[in-house]
Ligand binder design. Sequence first.
Ligand code: TRP
Length: 334
Amino acid sequence: MVEEAKKILYSAVQPTNNLTIGNYVGAIRNFVALQNDYDCFFAIANMHAITVRQNPAELRQRTLSLLALYLACGINPEKCVIYVQSHVPAHAELCWTLNTFTYVGEMERMTQFKDKSARHADNINMGLMDYPVLMAADILLYQTDYVPVGLDQRQHVEIARDIAQRFNNVYSPTFKVPEAMFMKVGAKINDLLDPSKKMSKSSENVNGSVFLSDDKDTVIRKFKRAVTDSEACIRYDSENKRGVSNLLSVYSAFTGKSLEEAEREFAGKGYGDFKLAVGEAVAEKLAPIQKKQAELFADKEYLNAVLRSGAERAAKAANRTLAKVYKKIGFYQI
Ligand code: TRP
């Protein structure tokens, strides 16, 4: 029987700041579900990471730690290709080529470039500006169908599509034109101290974000301090009760209960008990992941084997696309 080829899904995470429970609920947890239905490539984007200055020892350590986390969350390296971006030279090579199909003006107008230039005014380097082209290279090398992303990365996927189409029009169809895939999980988790904004791994106040590495006491302390309101009523109303609604979303995401069930469960209870219950639900889910991550992190040999195999499989797919590109643009081949 001929099996129909699965669609290709590509995603990457930078090994920079610690991931938050928002990243878990909005991304990693979904990847685990998606890995059965798609041919998945998951990269650790260390080349993107260096567009902002990094401490080398930390970058190295975070690379392995992110891998251990992916695996601890249930991403299966037998089913997916999981690899480090810098281990596959085709990324840098295709990025260079695609640079010649990208305009300076359009890169200057990218929202993230403008934001990061403002935040790192002393280091507006070429890499920061070229970031979207490297990301396009990541995606296009694997003939990707879908890129699961949050809203903040939407513009980057748009540019990848534009660049792919531009190249395909000049030569002949070479790249699959990828589509952004928006996760339909109900829960978008917001900052605990400022629930009008998304919980971020790089937020200024670490008490507003719950990290996947936070221990139980820290998790509970952060939830205890979460902003609520003065109504003393636990109901979902994301317009007028942002803090409480956010906590209900977190509770729902971590227990699998619906928002209505959660509301019913906490009817008549005080905010103190409510916050404690949310903190406990989160800490309880994180504990086994943290334990597994620590075990895996200690097994360097295993992690290296996963990365070696990942790099090999990724390179094979990537080099096929790169070879086509080089042929079409007229690079002499021996
Ligand atoms: N820019 C992405 C982020 O910071 C990470 C990333 C790099 C990525 N290359 C990618 C995401 C390719 C999706 C596809 O979140």
